[in-house]
Design a protein around this ligand. Structure first.
Ligand SMILES: C[S@@+](CC[C@H](N)C(=O)[O-])C[C@H]1O[C@@H](n2cnc3c(N)ncnc32)[C@H](O)[C@@H]1O
Length: 331
């Protein structure tokens, strides 16, 4: 056995020592997330990154944040020391002429992940989402997923996550930004080695959020038609990416998406009432009310808004040719 520590009557293996250290750290797991959240809210990493020497002391940071608390540098010192112990910062101690220690802190590759990169993306929004009370409160119900077969988020908030996001614009934005930032970082890496989009004509991103995956794909493959398919309250915040194709369609992802939605709607409206697929019509009109808690009104509202924009009426769906002509996006 590999002995790490050996005294007269005690011997502790490396394995024992490591598992004990790990077990002692685990109950503090939440602390790291919360300290990071505070550091981000105080812009600590950005302040260090922007400083001329790329390093700051707790006193220098305290002088740049909006506080009148005289003890701020002392409390900050503890936060910075903790972040250094977790490899988010390195520290450098210098003795001045009076023999006093001055500690300054520098960023590490780990903390640099929390500062926007050249595309403006970072891990920060994802951390803020996970450290948000809405997310944390769901975690209190994890055991209920097993004992009661319930979804923890629904138990904590009385509704499914995406319905909640539709009612809480702050959470909606927090979630979408977190996804957008992660996707931007990941898609860059994926597109460097994945060739599966070569030769594709159209890509529909189901649940595409703010459209970052499509924007990345289309910027590498400009001939692809990209369609972002998501909930209306997500789409309304999605930036419009202009798609310029050399051969085919030119236009905006949003418009093409509306055409696809209306084409499908026209199709189900023309089905015979006894056709099994006619169920889709009810789904379309009832807002995909398939499962418990599924938001009822989104699809109905989306189609109603689309039809209003193009000044369409329900009876137009009956003539396939006219319908297609009215909904088509030219390009
Ligand atoms: C994990 S996120 C995907 C994020 C996205 N791929 C990105 O890169 O940002 C799941 C997405 O599914 C969407 N979503 C949830 N329910 C939906 C539904 N019924 N129809 C369409 N989109 C839905 C959410 O709004 C959310 O944007």
């Amino acid at each position: 056995m590999d002995m790490a520590l050996s005294m007269d009557n005690i011997s502790i293996s490396n394995e024992d020592e490591n598992s004990m250290m790990k077990a002692m750290h685990l109950p503090c797991g939440l602390v790291l997330n919360m300290v990071l959240k505070a550091a981000i809210e105080l812009d600590l990493f950005e302040l260090i990154a922007k400083s001329s020497a790329q390093k700051l002391s707790s006193y220098e940071i305290a002088s740049q944040i909006p506080t009148k608390n005289p003890n701020a540098p002392l409390v900050l010192e503890r936060v910075l020391r903790f972040l250094a112990s977790q490899s988010f910062l390195t520290c450098n101690i210098i003795k001045d002429d009076d023999g006093n220690n001055h500690t300054s802190y520098k960023l590490t590759p780990l903390s640099q992940r929390f500062i926007p990169d050249k595309d403006g993306s970072s891990i920060t929004p994802f951390l803020l989402l996970n450290a948000d009370p809405v997310s944390v409160n769901s975690c209190f119900h994890l055991k209920d997923a097993i004992l009661l077969g319930e979804v923890p988020f629904n138990m904590a908030h009385g509704m499914p996550a995406f319905e909640h996001a539709g009612k809480d614009s702050r959470l909606n934005m927090l979630f979408n930004k977190a996804m957008q930032n992660l996707t931007c970082i990941e898609m860059k890496r994926i597109l460097e080695c994945y060739n599966g989009f070569q030769g594709a004509k159209e890509v529909i991103d189901v649940g595409g959020g703010l459209g970052m995956s499509l924007a990345s794909i289309i910027s590498k493959h400009p001939n692809i038609k990209g369609i972002n398919f998501d909930l209306p309250y997500v789409i309304k915040d999605a930036p419009t990416y202009e798609v310029a194709s050399e051969q085919g369609w030119r236009g905006f992802v949003e418009d093409k998406m509306r055409e696809v939605r209306l084409r499908w709607f026209g199709h189900v409206m023309r089905m015979g009432t006894d056709a099994p697929v006619r169920r889709c019509k009810r789904l379309a009109l009832d807002g995909f009310r398939r499962g418990r808690g599924r938001p009822k009104k989104y699809w109905r509202e989306m189609i109603r808004r689309d039809m209003e924009q193009l000044q369409l009426t329900g009876d137009m769906t009956l003539d396939r040719k006219i319908w297609r002509m009215r909904i088509k996006i030219e390009g």
